[in-house]
Design a binder for this molecule. Sequence first.
Ligand SMILES: [Zn+2]
Length: 359
Amino acid sequence: MKLNDYMDLNDEIDEYLDSIKGSFFLQNISFFINKSIEIKEKCVPFLDKNKHVMSIDAGPDTVSLDFVQGIEYVEEYLHQLNPMLEADFKEKLSNGVINFSFTDNGSLEDNYLEKVNFNTDVSFYNDKNMPDTLVNINHEKSTYSTFTTLVHEYFHSVYDARDVHGKMQNWKTSALTELASIFFEFDFIKFMNQKGIPREYFSYDFYSRYQDTVVGVLEEMDSQKLLYKKITEGVIDEDSYKIGEYQMEEDKYQDLMTYFKQDDLDLDPEYMSHYLVASPLAYYLSLQNDFQMPQKMLDLKREINTLSILESLQKVGLNDSKIEQLNFGDIMNQMKTEVHFKEKGKEDGRESEEGKKVL
Ligand SMILES: [Zn+2]
């Protein structure tokens, strides 16, 4: 890279840093890098036989669940959390805040096509022109994981904190709301398991949380380090990779520079950081046998705009030193043990043994 390129790079990074000024990520960037390193040291993504990151199509087992039955399970789950949540869910179903809009070709936008194999696409739209919650489900081909995803997105509508323009209020809500949504995802699995549904029916959920987090960490860690170097050194140049803390491999550093030169800097470690915190901590919390945990999590809703992230985490039993002690790599590897793959020759969405009986 030429000198000019480095000047551009520095400008680009400054712009990015400015856009996330004051964020939890930026204030705790060493914490995020250290937690990423824990994951990188211990976790390897699921790979296919060519050693490529395994695509979701080739991935985990899924088990069919009738659509109406699935909705009933979700309602029953919400009811035992709090009858008001069930009522709220039903209201959002009837007034279209949760909007099922599966179309014949299975997608609303082209970029969702890749997920069509799983016949589920549930997204919480942060766009006032779109329905608040848009749930794209093939009613004929729903699986257990369809409803885990629905629970996840429903809780986004519960914790949603928007300004008058319909925009998410701040960075804090996204990290904490992700934590809550992922927690309830796992808590729903726990509830279903207590009803006798095997946890392995939810392999897809464990798979996608594991894979997304590990791959995200591997992709963003060098960007995190680059930002750290920019903050601590002031200026990035050709030698920055070997200076100071968090040294980088020269070829990785060169890759990042080349990438920048071709595509402009397209890093978003701040966005990724929400999941880096949320996935391991939500899973960890769901494994604690604390029957009050869902309620503690719900209580955060009232305070989400007044407490800092660290104060919020303390309310669910996670103070700084506790989080420091938890090895995120170990937690993710525990999650990995819950993933079961399809047996060869079996289609997606195999029938559950009791599936027919329940209906
Ligand atoms: Zn989410």
